[in-house]
Design a protein around this ligand. Sequence first.
Ligand code: PEP
Ligand code: MG
Length: 574
Amino acid sequence: MFSLHGSGLGGGIAIGRAHRLAPQLLDVAHYRIEQHRVGAELVRIDCAIVDSRQALETLTENLPSSAPAEARALIDIHLMLLEDELFVQGARAIVTEQGWNAEWAVATRAQELAEQFDEFEDLYMRERGRDVRQVAERLLKSLSGTSAQVSGAGAESPIFVAEDISPADLLAMRNGIGFAIDLGGTTSHAAILARSLQVPTVVGLGCARELIRDDDWVILDADAGVVIVAPDEEVLAQYRTLQAEGLLVKDKLKRLTNVPAVTVDGVGVELLANIELPGEAESAREMGADGVGLFRSEFLFMNRPDLPDEDEQFEAYRDVVVAMRGKPVTIRTLDAGADKPIAAMKAIHSANPALGRRAIRLSLAEPEIFLVQLRAMLRAGRFGRVRILLPMLAHGHEVDQSLRLIEQAREQLRDRRVAFAEHVEVGGMIEIPAAALSADYFAGRLDFMAIGTNDLAQYTLAIDRDDYAVAALYDPYHPAVLRLIAGTIRAANKRRRQVSVCGEFAGEPEATALLLGMGLRQFSMHPASLLRIKREVLHADAGKLAVRVARLLRADDPIRARAMRERLTDPERQ
Ligand code: PEP
Ligand code: MG
């Protein structure tokens, strides 16, 4: 028995037998072709392309209704690569000019191209390298006669173990009860899909494919990011119990869907959803969300070479607003840059993109692009209650300029005689320490504030939130981070402005009592966490927590603060 650690994408625990997916690119036949057979070898490449295209098209036609809207676009990227001159002609040239077999030609050309993409600093471009490798693997499967269908697609409830996986394969292998993936990237296309599909997945395992054998028993804990291989009977029994409990808890929690979130001392709390794809609004509503607290609009801009136009954005925003049936929908303006690369908005090269021209800075530097988004949001406002959220504020003039541009967007719509909402609330993300320390000033200028604890912790602690090497030091419970959160909530409450926390912190049950004690009354999180947080709220006493949390916030020693936090909901002390 041994365990491997990576990044869990959520979705619970899966227990099953391993099925390894072959990295075909590393292991291809390599032989010379006689001159008179070159033509036939080129025909083999052409047939493999046709076969692969058909497989991808069939996949698109049969997309399950639960597949996120983005799935089609991700498959389209692979279809486009099958037509790509650099790739296809390059492979053909290796056959005609160097006399190698088709498999070797495809693999070599793919490797050359992928290595060029790997050189890019830009995450989006590096992702394209993975796409090239994945398309080549599909062609190799077809060339080897196993058809372009994914091997393993028919196996019974396996846990797939792979070096990497393409979004298309992930969709084709819906028989998989879990995925253990060696390559990292919680922001990769496949990771985004896996999260949306809620299939237990752990990425960034490093050497799972090397260490796990076919048919090994595997426990995949996608909440903890752990894979246990060949577990003994005792561990297996423990995890089976945990899995059953998890399902039971999920089932029990469902009963809370329509129960109002009110603490034992009668304090009402709003539980909102974070969504990334328009299609997720439906599941937010089914989970009983009081609205959308954060719609990360950049997902409309990702994985494509161009920008979505005003109509496309309007339709996406309107769909969410309509699905939420009058409940508030907070749409964040484009938060591009650093961990959220957008191909069509090439950021100016920056040695440190997390501190560069990103988010609101980029939108204000590109007013024409910003105006398109603002117009789309104002138009969607006619169909319900839209709130505009500005990311990464640090300066007051960023609010002033944004408000002026919102007014300009209104004038443009008036001139065009297009209907829009005259009034929409405008709020700001508090996720840079400078903004948190000036919370009173921002509360005076904004209609509402949303605390982004993911970035607030990153910038307060100087820890890159996506860097595995320092991941252990990333601690949103650090007393300094907690004080910034508490100070922002206090400033907003004093001025009677709505304030929410919309970072991952809001979806952690361990943090609910703490945040309630700070005076937070709006929590925004992934829809899958809503009911668990509601259960915490129903058991909490906001009045008592306020006293305890005030004491906790005075503790400088992180260990003491942690101990106090763990005792916050101690029934002995209730
Ligand atoms: C945050 O930073 O906490 C946040 C909610 O925004 P994102 O994770 O999209 O940066
Ligand atoms: Mg952020």
